[in-house]
Unconditional design. Structure first.
Length: 94
């Protein structure tokens, strides 16, 4: 998946919830330029970022990277991705 596609999904999720980039930044305790860079694909997501966005948007982590259209089209999805991400992040002191 391209960076552009990932960013577009983050933007879609934000707009579906009628939030501004500034509101998301405040809720995630990050700079609003970081939100913008995540949405445009100019900055990658850390595992901590993935967890924060997933919690905020109340989605599974993999849904940050896969569009609803892909899900409806029966796109191949690694269903173990969420568990793998969570296992990797469980070692970060939380």
């Amino acid at each position: 998946m391209t960076k552009r596609r990932k960013g577009n999904r983050l933007r879609e999720l934000r707009l579906e919830r009628k939030l501004t980039q500034e509101e998301v930044a405040k809720l995630l305790d990050i700079d609003n330029t970081t939100v913008s860079k995540h949405e445009t694909g100019l900055r990658g997501l850390s595992l901590e970022d993935i967890k924060k966005y997933a919690r905020l948007y109340k989605v599974e982590p993999f849904e940050l990277f896969i569009s609803p259209e892909d899900l409806r089209k029966d796109a191949l999805i690694r269903v173990d991705l969420d568990e793998e991400i969570l296992n990797m992040t469980n070692d970060d002191g939380e």
